[in-house]
Design a protein around this ligand. Structure first.
Ligand code: 8OZ
Length: 364
């Protein structure tokens, strides 16, 4: 390795795991699951195996229930066939001495009636449609208008998280990451732009955090805290999410997650997949509010990642798109080799093309 890459290649402890480098693979939606039962693709074991040199792999966002699905061909983790297919993924990663967490996902209002049980309305904290699109079998479509959850329905969704977390454990994952980012259900409850509830799940910050923390506590009945991470995107406008005071919201959440000893906080810094400086935010204050590891993400170059680890602004850095088109990203970062550009047309949906056929650098 070039000498200045050394910080990226120092081992790191995440929870009770010692990982060989500071490079994480970010969760990446690829829409290659098999319908009708949203079983992970038979190509997924190879795809994740090719990338297993990352210190930590985080799976693509994976719905905890059919109600939690918002895009066509995303995988689930709530049925036996899904667990069996995920087992092939975790076995492949473990054969390469890698580690992989599964990302637990419920989209809330970012969905479409064609994906919902019995064609019903997507669910949300409040009946406020998001101004955004999803993609369904026929292409891009406006998300469907959601209905507000009854207070009495919420415990069932929390139970779905616990069930999915248990399925992830049976599938051989090393841990789970709770998807609390990007304007999906947990984020919709947390933010005052999408949560106008007047029951115990809305209003004060404490109330808006209630759903998130009930999910965390349910997952902690299945997994030790050392194996649970949580992803946030405090300033991202993704999926039409908004919040009058993200800094207060997320500092308080980080403190609540510290009380629960979670292994890591994974932070999309800025607009998801876009500008890092969309809104002012003090990420160091957030990091100080959390006692576990801090995984930084969003638009990091090699130099930025090295500097962030060296200067103690992050414990790991997660790379997303670079991992799509560079299965050997870890080796390329070690050598400071050039990175291949990905083909956006094959990001979402399809088969092996643009999924498992990106060459390693030596072969390129
Ligand atoms: C891209 C396309 C569809 C979903 C996210 C799970 O933004 C996603 C996602 C990304 O967190």
């Amino acid at each position: 390795m070039t000498e200045d890459a050394a910080p990226l290649f120092a081992p790191v402890t995440i929870g009770d795991l010692t990982l060989p480098n500071r490079i994480a693979m970010a969760p990446l939606t690829r829409n290659r699951a098999i319908e009708p039962n949203t079983v992970p693709s038979p190509l997924a074991p190879l795809y994740y195996r090719q990338r297993a040199a990352a210190g930590l792999l985080i799976s693509e966002a994976t719905q905890i229930s059919q109600q939690g699905q918002g895009y066509v061909w995303t995988p689930g983790v709530f049925s036996d066939p899904q667990v069996e297919a995920w087992r092939k993924v975790t076995d492949a990663v473990h054969e390469e001495q890698g580690h992989i967490f599964l990302q637990l996902w419920h989209v809330g209002r970012i969905s479409h009636v064609s994906l919902q049980p019995e064609g019903g309305a997507p669910v949300a904290p409040s009946a406020i449609p998001a101004k955004t699109k999803t993609f369904i079998a026929s292409g891009f479509a406006d998300v469907s208008a959601p209905r507000a959850l009854e207070t009495g329905e919420i415990a069932g969704i929390v139970a779905d998280y616990a069930h999915a977390a248990a399925c992830a454990r049976r599938a051989g994952f090393d841990g789970v990451e709770i998807h609390g980012a990007n304007g999906y259900l947990i984020d919709q409850f947390l933010r005052d732009g999408s949560n106008k509830r007047t029951d115990a799940y809305g209003g004060s910050l404490e109330n808006r955090m209630r759903f998130a923390l009930e999910v965390v506590d349910a997952v902690l009945k299945v997994w030790p805290a050392t194996r649970v991470g949580y992803r946030i995107a405090p300033t991202s406008p993704a999926n039409d999410i908004s919040d009058s005071n993200p800094q207060a919201t997320f500092n308080a959440l980080a403190e609540a997650l510290t009380q629960r000893n979670l292994a890591y906080l994974h932070v999309v810094e800025g607009a998801t997949g876009g500008a890092r400086d969309v809104a002012p935010f003090d990420y160091l204050a957030l990091k100080r509010a959390f006692s576990g590891a801090y995984i930084a993400n969003n638009g990091y170059t090699r130099d930025m990642a090295i500097a962030a680890i060296r200067d103690n602004r992050a414990d790991m850095v997660a790379f997303g798109r670079a991992f799509i088109s560079n299965p050997d990203l870890v080796e390329r970062l070690r050598l400071d080799a050039p990175l291949a550009e990905g083909d956006r047309k094959t990001y979402y949906g399809g088969g092996a093309e643009g999924y498992t056929d990106y060459p390693e650098w030596k072969a390129a």
